[in-house]
Write a protein that binds this ligand. Sequence first.
Ligand code: CTP
Length: 407
Amino acid sequence: MSRNVVMGVTGGIACYKAADVVSRLKKEGIEVDVIMTQNACHFVDPLTFRTLSKNPVVTDTFATPEAWKVGHVALAEKADVMLIAPATANVIGKVASGIADDMLTTTIMASRAKIVFAPAMNVNMYENPIVQENIERLKARGYYFIEPGSGLLACGYEGKGRMAEPPEIVNYVHRLLSEDTEAAPASAKVRDLEGKRFLVTAGPTAEKIDPVRYISNRSSGKMGFAVAEAAFSRGAEVTLVTGPVKLSCSPGIRRIDVSTTREMLQACEEVFPDVDAVVKAAAPADFYVVNSCEHKIKKKSDTITLELAQNPDILKTLGSRKKDQILVGFAAETRNLEAYAEKKIADKNLDMIVANDVSAPGAGFDIDTNIFTIITADGEKTAYEKMTKAEGAGIILDRIGEMMRKR
Ligand code: CTP
C-alpha cells in the first residue's frame, strides 16, 4: 500500500502543531512532502518541515527551477492524501471558489487524491456564514474536514477554531490512507458505521433550585460530543441528547437539548426503540430538588434546606427494556474503579462500560484528554493509555463496531 501524504501548511499560529503532525506521520512510516504558503513561512521556517519530512519543502510556484520542475502536477499525482493543516479561512475560501494562485492551491486543484482540511482560525471567522458555506460546499464535493476543537484560542478568544490535536489528525489521515483496504483495522474504515443508528448522550443535567439557581456537575460534554461526531463521520445516523453545554456539533447530527435528568430520560426513551447502539456519556444529576421554588429565594434566614430526591437512572431504565441494542455506559469513579464498573454492567444490563478514574491527571471533566479501561459484559478488560477524547471516541466505536459484526 502506498502511503504518500502531501501536506499543505497555511499561515496560522497552529503551524507549530503542523510540525508535530509531520513528525508523527513520519514515525508511522508515511512519506510526507510539505508545501508552505508565503504566510505560513512567517510562522515557521521551512527548514523545520524540511528536517522533519526529510524532503525539500515547496514554498513558491516559480521561485526555484527544481520546485517548478517537480511542480504542482507531480506532487498532486504523488499524493494518496492531501492534508491541509492548519487550514485558514483563506485557503478554504480559495479552494471552494476554484482559485489556484499559488503552489498549494494549484496542487490541490490538480489532485485526485482524498483531500482533508484541518481548519484553525478565530472563532468568529470559523462561525462566519461565508466560511461555513465554503466548508459545506467542499464537503458536498467530497472534501474531508477534521473539526476544530473548542477552547482558548491563540487570539485570546474562547470558542471553536482550535486546530484538532496532532494525534487526531494523524488518526484521520491513517484512516483515509487505509480506507477500502482489506487488511485495514476497523478504525481505518472511514464509513464503517453506515446504516447504523446511534443514540449518544452528553453533558451534565441541571436541576432547578429556583429560577436563577440550579444543581449540576462538572461534566463538559466533550466525551459525548466526540463520540457523536466520530460516529457521524463514520457514516452513522446520530441522535445526540445533551444537557446544558457550550459545545456545537455538525449540522447532520440530530441534536436534542434538555435540561433535567427527567427530560433526558424522556428524550432517550423516545429514541431508544429505533437505535442499534446507545453510548451514555452524559453525567445526569442523580438528585432533583423536591422543594424547588417558582420565585427567587431571598436571603431571609441563615440556612435553607433543600430536599433532594433520587432521579430515575436512565441507563438502567434503557437496560431493562433492551432488545438487541448495544448499550454502553460510563463509570466515573474516584476509587475501586473496576469493581464499581463491573457492578454497573450487571445492575444496568450493559454490553460494555467505559470506566475512568476522574481524579487521575489527564482524565475527567472539562479537559481534552481521557484515560479509561473498557470492560465488556463477558469480562474482557482493556486498559488504554492517555489519549485525546476524539481518539477515545474512535476506540469506543471500534469496540462497538466489533460487537455489531459478531452479532
Ligand atoms: N446514568 C444514567 N442516569 C442517571 C445516572 C447515571 O443513565 N441518573 C448513567 C451515566 O450516563 C453513565 C452511567 O450511568 O453512563 C454511570 O454513571 P455514574 O455517575 O458513574 O454512576 P451512577 O450510576 O450514578 O452511580 P454512583 O453515582 O452511585 O456511582
